[in-house]
Design a protein around this ligand. Structure first.
Ligand code: UDP
Length: 325
């Protein structure tokens, strides 16, 4: 049985494709290559450069390749950009997902995994966040994702498709074998930016906000290694194939690290100080986002294997070095 991976040439999607290949599965990558890179995908995987919302194409790919499961990573992910261009986010995320889900239902695909986000939770939700906390997304990005979660819940009640929505916390790090990593040149994520500074590609790291109500005044996040996140997808896939019901799971480690703790972590790995500049808060950044991962652990048996900040940083740094060479 083949697995259709939309956005499979992107950061998380390419790790998923490698993990599928590593365990002998046949991934079919559907990616418009707007941010993804074909060269991250080994020749063993079929890569189709096209839109995940093209129903005729998706239906044909499902039929011709015997696809039994779809993992849907494709989408736009930059929060400030979603504030400036909301309709693009509703088009690329919600509307495309609608078309994809309909194509899956029409072709009788039963297993669907969706990339959602921790930013769907209300700003005043209780930390660490359980899946039962209220969802009141503030950005168009988060709304576009939550709307897709709702569509999946409704369609799985009405049709044979069962769906797992995985709410990602802060994904970082890269394939330990150095085969893929975060490759978007303009990425804004903390660990990626810190690695770029460590390699001298930027003069300093901005610390966005030093007056948050946190012990050291900087924002706290739950950084999770991309390979542990992908392991959660494989477990979700196995569970769906075994007949599990639709569900929504947080995927994070359940521990928070401040920006300053991450900076110290990078300094420990590189063995010298990292140039930083204290800057104002970034608009829309919540002070703290920490996962309560009890549900995915209990339901799917998910157990993090790479919960180690230095390891995450080393893998990200190795990939960043490779990108330059
Ligand atoms: N951050 C920072 N400097 C950067 C990038 C991020 O201080 O160059 C902070 C940001 O304010 C937040 C945390 O690091 O508190 C994680 O931000 P990131 O953009 O990695 O992920 P987000 O949580 O926004 O999805």
């Amino acid at each position: 049985m083949a697995v259709l991976v939309t956005g499979g040439a992107g950061y998380i999607g390419s790790h998923m494709v490698l993990a599928l290949l590593d365990r002998g599965e046949q991934p079919i990558v559907l990616d418009n290559l707007s941010t993804g890179r074909r060269d991250l995908i080994p020749a063993a995987a079929l890569v189709i450069e096209d839109e995940a919302g093209d129903q005729l194409l998706v239906r044909r790919l499902i039929r011709e390749n015997g696809v039994d499961s779809v993992v849907h990573f494709a989408g736009s992910i930059v929060v400030p950009e979603s504030v400036a261009r909301p309709l693009d986010y509703y088009a690329n995320n919600t509307v495309v997902s609608r078309a994809l889900v309909e194509a899956c239902i029409q072709e009788g695909v039963e297993n669907f995994i969706f990339s959602s986000t921790a930013t769907v939770y209300a700003a005043d939700a209780k930390q660490p966040l359980s899946e039962d906390e209220p969802t009141i997304p503030i950005s168009p990005y988060a709304r576009s994702k939550l709307m897709t979660e709702w569509m999946l819940q409704d369609t799985s009640r009405a049709h044979g498709l069962r769906a797992m929505s995985l709410r990602y916390f802060n994904v970082a790090g890269a394939d330990p074998k150095g085969r893929t990593g975060q490759s978007t040149p303009m990425a804004t994520h903390l660990i990626k930016r810190a690695c770029q500074v460590a390699l001298g590609r930027a003069p300093y790291l901005d610390i966005f906000g030093t007056d948050y109500p946190t012990p050291d005044g900087t924002g706290i996040r739950d950084y999770i290694h991309v390979c542990d996140l992908v392991a959660g997808h494989l477990l979700a896939l196995d569970a769906l194939r075994a007949g599990a019901e639709s569900a929504t799971y947080n995927v994070g480690y359940g521990r928070g690290l401040s920006v300053r703790e991450v900076v110290r972590g990078v300094e420990a790995v590189i063995g010298r100080p990292l140039p930083v500049r204290e800057s104002p808060r970034r608009a829309g950044d919540p002070p703290v986002l920490i996962s309560d991962p009890s549900r995915i652990k209990a339901a799917l048996g998910w157990q993090p294997q790479l919960d180690d900040l230095p390891g995450i940083i080393r893998s990200a740094l190795n990939w960043e070095q490779r990108l330059a060479s």
